[in-house]
Design a protein around this ligand. Structure first.
Ligand SMILES: *Cc1c(COP(=O)(O)O)cnc(C)c1O
Length: 392
């Protein structure tokens, strides 16, 4: 239940920021770049932030505000800012809060582009990153230095679906007075609320399960008023704002998030159980499978297991190639969190920039498949994957 004691589903469906002009039941789109003022004094007061209102859609817009407001309520956050993409949210969050010479402590297993930020771009500003393995949280304190500002992690991780104990991370961050930033993309606000476990900021790629239908890109960061203020000022000057059209889509999508993720998770668990018993599969990882190394943490921290299943087919590169070349219904794509089941080969696509040892360190092997389980009937998903596995 959320803070105002309504259930998640109700908050997702019923949150509406403002009464609209014609009392439309469905919130209209406000496709406008700017807003007008009554007179010089109103304009002055608005720019001086004495008056809270929309000025320009790079700063805020009724549609983006509504989307942000909903995510804040669903995550239990004070405030937020919506971005054009998940990566704009990740980059802007770090860029707004870090100075040259600061230090990040991050899980080794992170989204490919986030890894590129840490290894290729942040070093340009003398911002260094130290890494911990997802199953060795006890090594984190040794990595913390006087200039460490942020601990960063995803849970579950992409693509290895490792689960990190966010409460433990929160305690470490608090003890050392540093910020904990969690990319909550795989869990969505429906399955897990990192702020409850001690996170200061939560990031989402709206592109994934929040849109959930493979249509638009978007991202959002939520957290305390004070931190979001810094992020907002950075964003309003640098321009990574979410478009009102995409915000309208994402806000509407949130209304169905719970029912979609329930079914996604039900299908994913069935697929994971099927794969675990299949002779052509070496291993399967899914947070709600008892064989998952972090099953107990997942059960404590998440409502359901989510829609991502990772597994390794037999016969290495050749086996992987056969699997991807013979799949019939499931899509070969790099996206995830769509209604359509998608299979991805992380080693050659999303994580191809990683050196081989870095790939192995985050659990990416040549024969590994990341499956984003969709909303087709589970029997049809199983049938397609079964016929591909048989050809290996
Ligand atoms: C996809 C993804 C992102 C980036 O989101 P975009 O909207 O594609 O920019 C960030 N983190 C995780 C965990 C993701 O899966």
């Amino acid at each position: 239940m959320s803070a105002d004691s309504k259930h998640f589903e109700t908050v997702a469906v019923r949150t509406q920021t403002e009464k609209t002009q014609f009392l439309e039941h469905s919130v209209p789109m406000y496709l406008t770049s700017g807003f007008v003022f009554e007179d010089a004094e109103e304009m002055r007061a608005s720019f001086a932030e004495e008056k809270k209102r929309n000025l320009y859609s790079r700063f805020s817009n009724p549609n983006t505000s509504e989307f942000v407001d909903k995510i804040c309520k669903l995550e239990g956050a004070e405030d937020g800012y919506a971005f054009a993409t998940g990566m704009a949210a990740v980059f802007s969050t770090f860029a707004a809060l870090l100075d040259a010479g600061d230090h990040i402590v991050s899980a080794r297993s992170v989204f490919g582009s986030t890894h590129s930020l840490f290894t290729k771009y942040f070093p340009k500003w003398n911002i260094e990153t130290s890494y911990f393995a997802t199953n060795e949280l006890d090594t984190i304190e040794r990595l913390i230095k006087p200039n460490t500002k942020i601990i960063f992690a995803e849970s579950p991780t992409n693509p290895g679906v490792d689960v990190l104990d966010i409460e433990t991370l929160g305690k470490i961050a608090k003890k050392h007075k540093i910020l904990l930033v969690i990319d909550n993309c795989f869990a969505t606000p429906y399955l897990q609320n990192p702020i409850k476990f001690g996170a200061d900021l939560v990031i989402h790629s709206g592109t994934k399960l929040i849109d959930g239908q493979g249509r638009v890109l978007g991202g959002v960061t939520v957290g305390t008023k004070e931190l979001i203020r810094e992020i907002y000022l950075f964003a309003r000057n640098t321009g990574p704002a979410l478009s009102p059209f995409n915000a309208w889509i994402l806000s509407k999508s949130l209304e169905t998030l719970a029912v979609r993720v329930d079914r996604h998770s039900e299908n994913a668990l069935k697929l994971a159980e099927f794969l675990e018993a299949h002779p052509k599969v070496n291993w399967v990882k899914y947070p709600f499978l008892p064989s998952h190394p972090h099953y107990e943490i997942a059960k404590r921290q998440m409502k359901l297991g989510g829609n991502i299943v990772a597994f390794e087919v037999k016969n290495g590169v050749e086996g992987g190639k056969t699997f991807f070349d013979t799949i019939q219904m499931c899509s070969l794509s790099a996206n995830l969190g769509d209604t359509r089941t998608i299979v991805t080969h992380p080693a050659s696509t999303t994580h191809n920039k990683l050196a081989k040892e870095d790939k192995l360190a985050v659990g990416i092997t040549d024969g590994m498949v990341r499956c984003s389980v969709g909303l087709e009937h589970i029997d049809d998903i199983l049938k397609d994957i079964q016929q591909s596995l048989e050809k290996i």
